[in-house]
Design a binder for this molecule. Sequence first.
Ligand code: TYD
Length: 237
Amino acid sequence: MAVFISFEGGEGSGKSTQAEVLAERLANTGVAVEFVHEPGTTELGWQIRDILKRGLPGEREFSAEAELLLFSASRAQLVFAALRPLLDRGDTVIVADRYVDSTTAYQGYGRGIPLEQVEAVNEMATQGTMPDLTFLLDLPPVEGLTRIGNLQLGFQFDDSVLHADDVRAREGARFEDEPLEFHERVRQGYRELAAKEPKRFCVIDATLPESRVSDLIWNEVCDRFPELAAAKESVEQ
Ligand code: TYD
């Protein structure tokens, strides 16, 4: 069966770890699993990730709109080259570490681009390909930021090619320099999205211990997709 599960959350929410744990658990049941990470996964996605991560020579700042379109271009290619073909095959579970809700939360609620504009771009990028289930790992930003330390927020520039003096200037672009209020808006945005689509979203309290979070996620997946639960039982027997 084809199932599309995405993971969302703010910085330090543990979402990437949990996405990997779920993908591994599914693979252990014998289910075909594909793991995708945004931006990235496709060649175009990796190039865009690189631009967002390193910036461009002589251009350190991108407009919020340019940022929105870069993330979305990466997503459009992901849908075209990876998600649609996989979903059409009908036998794979896709686990996505971030998807379109990240854009609404970060570029919409966080950066303040009008939500109807973000939605229009999202619709174009996804062509209606939406997750069956989205886990929102919800955490107060102060806790998430404390967990990872400010220097690891958002994209880190690869400073290996820079002179020491340039490094400070280029560190901290994108999400790292954003004030706490930015991250509060992102969280609020996620929570509003989850409230609007309670069937698609499963909100998890990410302050819980990691293993408890993994179990909550696994139980939810097995409840929602009995076929996967059956695969689980056959492995446990
Ligand atoms: P990344 O290094 O992938 O870390 P993580 O996903 O583990 O947080 O950084 C991705 C950053 O990009 C993250 O801070 C969220 C942000 N982002 C957006 O602002 N919009 C988007 O559409 C996506 C996919 C990510």
